[in-house]
Design a protein around this ligand. Sequence first.
Ligand code: NAP
Length: 281
Amino acid sequence: MTIGFPHVALPGGERIPKLGQGTWEMGERAARRADEIAALREGIALGMTLIDTAEMYGDGATEELVGEALRGLRDDVFLVSKAYPHNASESGVQRACEASLKRLGTDRIDLYLLHWRGSVPLDETVTGFEALVRAGKIRHWGVSNFDVDDMEELFAVRWGKGCATNQILYNVARRGPEFDLLPWCAQHHMPVMAYSPIDHARLPKHSPLDDIARARGVSVYQVAMAWVLNQPGVCAIPKASRIEHVRENRAALDIALSAEDLAALDAHFKPPRRKRPLEML
Ligand code: NAP
């Protein structure tokens, strides 16, 4: 990991960058391929060495693109991929992982997630994940789109407490997890990985984000990124296939929102006062 770059710690103490890069919708258009690879490599050069992908993205084409982008850089990166729920049986995750490794052109995935919860019992998935850890194919495992009740169930199965993170939809416009899921994860010393940190570029048109952005000479997306990055125990994986977006996202790490900025955002994007079911994209 780049020295001096902000980080969060996994439950075992390993540090991962607080700001990484997503890859959903990359690798799907030949005409964009070179730009997408250049964007990912620029992000890595800027310290955003946490790279998130999934077997689902582009039906495997995204993992292939990530593999190409990581050529010569694999050891600099903390690589995350995800298995489909329909591949989440004990043998299914092992087959899915082998296929991902092949597409990614690597011998190990640093963090392997169950993409969302399906019908396979969690103990089967965890048993498969643990076998992959023992075989050196993955270094850590975790989950995605798990609400508090799912996390409780996970922790009740054998080896379930070995979960390294929960990757969830979390941004300034979707603050539901603050009510119970973020505190639950903090209590269990587990970082949360915020996906769609700028809400898939669909942030509301008029909000205090505009005033803060104008006053600081940055974009509303950078203010929204800075807000997520301000949350303790949270890392974020914005996806940017344009190199200028990558640079702006990196620059958002250096935006220190003031107490007034945060109060204005709280007044508009109200923190939850009761349980809201976890949303997903
Ligand atoms: P996002 O990162 O919130 O937004 C991506 C969109 O924002 C793209 O259209 C991108 O455009 C644009 N963008 C990025 N940086 C920008 C900037 N500085 N200024 C203006 N626009 C900017 O949404 P996301 O892709 O849904 O989420 C991020 C990653 O999280 C995904 O790629 C994926 O790896 C992961 N994810 C996981 C799940 C899950 O179920 N676990 C679900 C959704 C996403 P360009 O590409 O044109 O630069």
